[in-house]
Design a binder for this molecule. Structure first.
Ligand code: ADP
Ligand code: MG
Ligand code: MG
Length: 890
């Protein structure tokens, strides 16, 4: 019989930390803590397999589930010494969702479940506090109605406000037991009104309602969006954990809090956390009350005036520190923990590997490796390559003038400027149009995820370092300033106000998430330092990787950036980009529109010096490193003049009538340019183009090799869009003949090789034959994906979204290589090519060369290098090291 339910509590558990796939992260770690002898309220976890079953079987449960839940619940009752639904001594539970990876898009936790008109009496007796009991009851009705029944919060807020007005109260604290008792009646009446049926009194019905809501939430829009952004497959499912309640709100010897074993913002090895006395659950992160620091050091650092836990509850604080040490040592990683104190007893409610900023991740990994807690290999594997992105981008120039508007908490580092917007939807819309925006909210909620992702930075006026905004921003790598309390936001007016300064929607502000400053306007930025922890980790990574990392670059600036980031050559220099410049495009157009070879040669002769200069500067930047130059590739179509003025210019430069130019342009127009007259087809029809380019390369190489003390450059001449060996043979002959001519003229030689891009399925299949001529293959996986999938990259956006949502392709095949299909072609080409020419150089130069998933694939098929855009070079270096380590471990 399948086991659908796993219990924990009382120093033992049926689950373990390594059962996350089955129990979800939360359930697995609760089990692990219980096994470690840490006090955890007893409970049980319904597995993710039930979720899968639920969706596979028309939203029904496996038939053994009810019995297994009943048995598990009985165990919880026994270990907590209370009965679920028992009026004299009720057991109350929380119902918590938990996927493998933590997912803020999921259902909110329901607390205090099991309360009804009878059990609330038992709670009064147990706590001796009627006000607390009725307050818990009304909170439960509110939460359950909102989360499970879909009756919105505002209904209850309305009733509460009316009651307060009636009684002349201003604060919630003025309400007594009788007030809450009356409100419970009114709340339930409202639910009845809204739903046409009563609020469920039966605890069992409450429980199954909540369980169903958790499974239902797996497919809600928030969760789907979150999964898409984080590439979490829909097939994973969520688990549900049902756990005995402990109360942090039963008096002054009660508390609840959230803490991190190291500072999640900087990575510094200091205990960090926030707590509230006499509070429950989400109060700490909801931003309703200002959370207090747990440690004295934290209090001083945050200039807080509120007492720390270390001062208020020194014994419990010590116990918490011991738990922190135990958990961090056990998991060998920084922990994010939730705890509640009831009547002077500490209970742990959650632990997980803490989300952290990129600088913190780096610092923690490097510190832990240096402390011997983990190995350097583990440190390499622990950093998400994508996270490095945050460290490579500009920071605020410390010398720049800045007008600080206000200050909040430094919730997620990095600097960002943009136009202020006040809701997530606007942020998404504006970002789609390429605008930089800063999302400003009083506080954020899971619905805002899409907008937070689209924004350059996030500013909130409420909430602490562990608020939703802070946690999500750190996870996404968005700079965030949280809890900027001086800021008044008026959503209706679309303004934020600090003192007498009013900032309107669309006005620019700058955030510094590292120090919490909010500045008016745009503040200039500087390049980050690539030394320290970053340098250490990169050094470890470079020692482990077997693939080289090159860059895709054609401008000197890009080439220099890439060298700074540690690239080992150029894997793709696109020569056509060099022709779009205003001064050059006129000659390019003259060349294309020429009536005959003589006309083309005349125009090409004018392009030659520019091209040669381009190569000279690239060779100088890449001294001693290989530079792969792709000969002209794009459809001629792209260079055609459009306006009358452009046509007139070309006609004048070529000394012909505009009508002739217009006619020629119409002849060259194509209906499907991507499959038209482009790539090596240009070289076959107009060999003089490639001849000029080859000449520019050789003349540049010879010029640079004459530099004082220079190592000779290593040009690799690459022919694009080859489908047949014959094409390559013909074009290689042009290049070799040009080399011979240039070498004879100059009285010297340089080394070079000729190879091809593999970007057509036919070329991949014919890799064996093509390698007879080619000395290298570079996989042009952008075009290879387009031609293999028969899908245009530029037009596939809208339907690919649907495809991904429906799980046809799990990832965007243009961002992450389609390993099954395109990958097989790459593998075939590699194998057949190497069978012909064992020392055939293999590399990849598509977008995929900077994508960690695709890099792992490149390692598995034995490529010599990957090539990516300059800012992705460090990401690729780390991903290549991880790929090598993972492969070696297999
Ligand atoms: P999330 O996944 O959003 O963190 P949790 O399931 O961890 O949601 O629940 C949120 C908060 O609710 C917890 O941090 C804790 O304070 C409170 N909570 C959950 N279960 C219990 C419980 N059994 N007893 C007391 N508080 C609980
Ligand atoms: Mg939690
Ligand atoms: Mg291409």
């Amino acid at each position: 019989m399948t086991k659908w339910v796993y219990t924990f509590g009382n120093g033992k558990a049926e689950g373990r930390a390594d059962m996350k796939n089955l129990l979800g992260g939360k359930g697995a770690n609760l089990a692990e803590m219980s096994n470690l002898g840490i006090a955890v309220p007893a409970g049980f976890t319904i597995t993710t397999e039930v979720c899968t079953y639920y969706y596979d079987n028309g939203k029904t449960y496996p038939k053994e589930l009810v019995d297994q839940v009943v048995t598990a619940l009985a165990e919880v009752e026994e270990s907590m010494g209370a009965g679920f639904g028992r009026a004299d001594n009720p057991l109350l539970v929380s119902v918590r969702s938990g996927a493998r990876a933590s997912m803020p898009g999921m259902m909110d936790t329901v607390l205090n479940l099991g309360l009804n008109d009878a059990t609330v009496q038992g709670l009064i007796e147990r706590s001796g506090d009627a006000r607390f009991a009725y307050d818990s009851y009304r909170r439960f009705i509110q939460m359950y109605s909102d989360v499970v029944l879909g009756v919105d919060h505002y209904h209850f807020e309305e009733i509460l406000e009316a009651h307060k007005e009636d009684k002349g109260y201003t604060l919630d604290t003025e309400l007594g037991a009788d007030d809450w008792k009356q409100l419970v009646v009114l709340f339930k009446a409202r639910v009845q009104e809204e739903l046409g049926e009563p609020f469920p009194e039966d605890p069992e019905a409450q429980l199954w309602g909540a369980v169903g809501a958790v499974f239902g939430s797996w497919m809600n829009q928030r969760a789907i969006t979150y999964r898409r952004l984080h590439e979490i497959p829909a097939a994973w499912g969520t688990a549900v954990t049902v756990q005995a309640m402990v109360f942090g709100n039963m008096g002054e010897d009660c508390a609840t809090g959230v803490c991190f074993s190291r500072d999640p913002s900087t990575g510094e090895n200091v205990f960090y956390g926030e707590y509230l006395v006499n509070a429950q659950g989400e109060d700490v992160v909801a931003g309703i009350r200002t959370p207090q620091q747990i440690s004295i050091a934290g209090k001083e650092k945050n200039q807080s005036t509120l007492p720390s836990m270390e001062e208020v509850m020194p014994g419990l604080y010590k116990e918490l520190v011991e738990t922190r040490d135990k958990l961090e040592a056990h998991y060998s990683d920084m922990q994010d923990m939730e705890f509640t104190i009831q009547g002077g007893k500490l209970w742990m409610l959650q632990t997980r590997n803490g989300k952290r900023t990129a600088p913190a991740a780096l610092r923690i990994a490097v510190d832990m490796a240096k402390q011997g807690i983990i190995t350097t290999d583990e440190a390499i594997l622990r950093i998400e390559p994508e996270a490095l992105d945050q460290l490579l981008h500009p920071m605020l120039d410390p010398k720049a003038e800045r007008t600080v508007l206000t200050r909040g908490l430094p919730a997620s580092p990095g600097a960002a400027s943009g136009a202020v917007v006040f809701n997530a939807k606007t942020a998404e819309d504006k970002a789609k149009n390429g605008q930089a925006v800063i999302l400003v909210r009083i506080e954020t909620s899971p619905e805002d995820i899409g907008g937070m992702h689209a924004a350059r930075g996030i500013l909130t006026t409420r909430g602490g370092m562990t608020s939703h905004a802070a946690v999500v921003a750190r996870g996404m790598g968005r700079p965030c300033v949280a809890g900027a309390g001086e800021v008044r936001v008026d959503y209706k007016a679309g303004t934020l106000t600090v003192g007498s300064t009013v900032v309107k929607e669309g006005d620019w502000v700058t955030l510094d998430g590292a120090n919490g400053e909010v500045m008016l306007g745009e503040v200039p930025t500087i390049q980050p330092e690539l030394t320290g922890d970053f340098g250490a980790l990169m050094e470890w990574a470079d020692a482990k990787r077997t693939m080289k990392v090159r860059t895709n670059a054609e401008t000197p600036e890009d080439a220099e950036t890439a060298r700074r980031f540690g690239c080992e050559g150029i894997g793709l220099c696109r020569t056509e980009h060099m022709f779009f410049d205003a001064k050059r495009i006129i000659n390019m157009r003259r060349m294309i529109l020429a009536q005959d070879e003589a006309g083309r040669r005349a125009a090409l002769a004018d392009l030659l010096p520019y091209q040669r200069e381009d190569f000279i500067s690239l060779f100088r930047i890449m001294v001693g490193l290989p530079v792969t130059i792709r000969l002209l590739d794009p459809p001629l179509h792209e260079f055609l003049p459009h306006t009358d003025a452009e046509i007139a210019d070309v006609a004048k430069a070529a000394g012909v009538e505009p009508e002739q130019v217009r006619h020629r342009a119409s002849v060259l127009a194509e209906s499907n340019p991507m499959l038209g007259h482009r790539g090596c087809r240009l070289g076959i029809t107009y060999p003089e183009i490639y001849e000029m380019q080859a000449r520019a390369i050789f003349e540049a190489a010879i010029a640079v090799s004459k530099d004082e003390g220079a190592e000779p450059p290593l040009p690799e001449i690459m022919i694009p869009l080859v489908a047949t060996k014959r094409e390559l043979d013909m074009l290689k002959a042009v290049i070799d003949a040009t080399a011979k001519a240039v070498f004879a003229e100059q009285g010297t030689t340089v080394e070079y090789i000729v190879g091809t891009m593999i970007e057509l399925p036919r070329a991949a299949l014919r890799g064996g034959a093509i390698a007879e001529t080619a000395h290298f293959f570079s996989f042009g996986t952008n075009d290879l994906t387009q031609t293999t999938l028969g899908m245009s990259r530029d037009d596939s956006g809208p339907f690919l979204e649907v495809y991904r949502a429906k799980g046809v392709y799990e990832r965007d095949p243009f961002a992450s290589l389609d390993v099954e299909g395109v990958g097989e072609l790459v593998q075939i080409a590699a194998e057949r090519g190497r069978a012909t020419r064992p020392d055939l150089k293999l590399g990849i130069c598509g977008e995929h060369g900077g994508d960690p998933h695709s890099i792992a694939f490149c390692q598995s098929v034995g490529l010599d290098y990957v090539s990516c855009s300059p800012y992705r070079v460090p990401i690729a270096r780390l991903a290549a090291a991880q790929a090598a380590l993972t492969q070696a471990a297999k």
